[in-house]
Each structure stands twice: as C-alpha cells, then as structure tokens.
Design a protein. Structure first.
Length: 68
C-alpha cells in the first residue's frame, strides 16, 4: 500500500467517489440521492473502504496519524 502522501490525485478521487457512492447512491436506481439516510452499516462500509486503502489510523502503510 502507498502512503497517503504518495497517492495521485486520481487515486484519491477514486476513493472519494467510492465513499460518495456509499453515502448517496441509491442501490436500486443508481442515482445520487442527497436525501438518502444512513445507518451503522453505512459507516462500516466507509471504514472498510478506508481500511482496504491503507488509510485506517494505525496501519503501517498509512501516514495518517491520530491528532489527539
């Protein structure tokens, strides 16, 4: 996995797009719905994306640090 600072703009845009789709894309119509509600599972899916990309705090491949 690449460090966050080593990722290209395109790679970061893909991650953001994936998270955006989790948050607002209707699974039936495929349209973005800004009124779509979220639940615990939504947050788990986002956390999974970040972990798969090596962006979970504490992962060795990540240069994200806990600001506290």
């Amino acid at each position: 996995m690449k460090l966050l600072s080593e990722r290209t703009r395109e790679e970061l845009a893909e991650i953001v797009e994936e998270i955006r789709d989790i948050l607002w894309k209707d699974p039936v119509t495929g349209r973005l719905d800004p009124q779509r509600s979220w639940n615990r599972e939504t947050i788990e899916w986002i956390a999974e994306v970040l972990e798969e990309e090596g962006l979970k705090p504490g992962q060795r491949s990540s240069d994200c640090s806990d600001p506290t």
